[in-house]
Design a binder for this molecule. Sequence first.
Ligand code: ASP
Length: 320
Amino acid sequence: MKRRNFIQHGIAISALVGIEIPSMDLCKGDKFSLPLVVSTWDNRRANDAAFQVLHSGANVLDAIVAGVKVPEADPADRSVGYGGRPDRSGRVTLDACIMDSNGKAGSVTYVQHYKHPIEIARMVMEKTPHVILSGDGAELFAAKMGMKQMDLLTEESKKEYEAWRITEKYQPIINIERHDTIGLLAIDKAGNLAGGCSTSGMAYKMEGRVGDSPIIGAGLFVDNEVGACTATGHGEYVLRTLASFLVVEFMRNGMHPQKACEKAIKRIVNKHKGTSEEYQIGLIALDKKGRIGYYSVRKGFLCAIKNTENELVKDSEYAI
Ligand code: ASP
């Protein structure tokens, strides 16, 4: 059986990573021990990096940045950072945001030439009076902060783009490679939450298009009193419903993270009943108690979970 299929069936992957886990499959209703990291898709390597930082006792925000940087730097991940698919003009443009335990937020949109938009987003949060910097302004700020520029378009992405130009048909493919946009949520031992989200956006999007991922409340929302949520998939559907904020508000009203994700996905589906587009949205949520939830519009979404006892990649249940 292929490794990916093995994971898709939601089997605990202790054998692959050499750690022990309980034989009982953890269900979404359970509380996980803290510290705990959860991410969209099969982002185990990102979880590992984040967890190591958390485990060493460092700040939960440092853990988020360490985790998100993994797919951002990986040219094989074609939906995030370096190696991401370009827009329809051939430019790789990145979106990212971050939120900390104090309710502070930073975001960058339409950033070119920088491999780690999550680091720029963090600097926007910590070193400017603003929440969002966009395009040229974000790049200027990154340069002033001493960050190095690079070409983000890899040969592989360039070749695919050139093939795409033959038809120039904008037709988003759902569940691309199963390691789409990274949304990463973490909670430290003391119960402090933070989150980050990073993407190169929809492949062959219009020039200037910004998705949900860098928009606070859409692609990510963290409220340290309650919990956190992040989204992946066709961003326009998330933007229209502010899905991450919605999930956190459902949790604030007492809902379990799983129920909150299900209710928000159902809201998205109901709001878009008339559409003929085949779209996918996946949501993951984490509450203050270490309970998690994940749910998607369609089959194929994955949630990766990591704490001291567990390293899991789980298939999501879905609405349609
Ligand atoms: N949500 C991202 C966007 O719309 C893309 C994704 O998650 O695949 O830009």
